[in-house]
Design a protein around this ligand. Structure first.
Ligand code: MLT
Length: 256
């Protein structure tokens, strides 16, 4: 597994990226947390610089990869955070290894499995990525990923997100699409989550909208919800300051 392991010697925080991104999407968080916390950000199977082949990619396998990485790094319990697909992996990690979870951060994600229509679209996109490369996927996803405010503001964010998506290997993207399509429904897990949980969502997220986040908050007793104003689906990249403030406050609260 390729990963970044940065920051201080405090509580370890593992940050799991979304699709079709890589560990670099957490750069802003690694910088903001580094003085107080240890931040571990891996590339998930088949994505980023992960060189593992794209066979056997499932959300369960991704969760087990994270467990193996924690073992390798000598980290017993960590805060497990994930955005979107990373959140699917975080749910699965909690299901399989609850004793390794100090707290959860669920950003712009949802517990439900895909609908039949969603699965069909994933299969089509996987085929398309393999045949035509990432460009058509990027063109269709990008307008839905970022808020109008982020797109109008310009600056480095839209270009950075685009480059990250275009840098994804089509084989890895296709494998991740299939993994997401076959992921289990985690709705039944919510009421058993008994660790402190921070739920974060962009106010303009149209992929996993604030209503999904509110529904999770209602079912996870130990959770709190923060809405990141002006952000779409990539709340940590689009409004890093707001996201970091919420995250740092949450993490400090764990040791208070
Ligand atoms: C992501 O950001 O990881 C994806 O939008 C998740 C998904 O397609 O379900």
């Amino acid at each position: 597994m390729t990963y970044d392991d940065t920051g201080g010697g405090g509580q370890a925080v593992v940050l799991l990226h979304g699709f079709p991104f890589d560990r670099s999407m957490w750069r802003g968080q690694a910088e903001a947390l580094g003085a107080e916390f240890r931040v571990v950000a891996p590339d998930l199977r088949g994505l980023g610089e992960a060189t593992s082949d794209s066979v056997g990619v499932t959300i369960e396998a991704m969760a087990d990869d994270v467990r193996a990485l924690l073992d390798e790094l000598g980290i017993g319990r960590a805060v497990i955070g994930g955005l979107s697909m990373g959140g699917y992996v975080a749910f699965e990690f909690f299901r399989q290894f609850p004793e390794r979870v100090r707290a959860l951060v669920l950003a712009d994600t949802r517990p439900q499995a895909d609908t039949e229509e969603g699965r069909r679209a994933r299969a089509e996109n996987a085929q398309r990525a393999l045949k035509e490369g990432m460009a058509p996927i990027v063109d269709s996803m990008l307008p839905k990923l970022l808020s109008a405010e982020t797109r109008e503001r310009g600056g480095e964010v839209p270009g950075r997100v685009r480059a990250m998506m275009l840098g994804t290997r089509p084989e890895g993207a296709a494998a991740a699409l299939r993994a997401m399509a076959s992921r289990r429904d985690q709705t039944d897990l919510l009421s058993s989550i008994d660790v402190p949980t921070l739920i974060v969502v962009g106010s303009e997220d149209v992929i996993t909208p604030p209503a999904d986040a509110e529904a999770m908050r209602a079912k996870i007793e130990s959770s709190r919800l923060v809405v990141v104003e002006g952000a779409g689906h990539l709340s940590n990249v689009e409004q890093a300051e707001q996201f970091n403030r919420a995250l740092v406050e949450f993490l400090r609260g764990l040791s208070a």
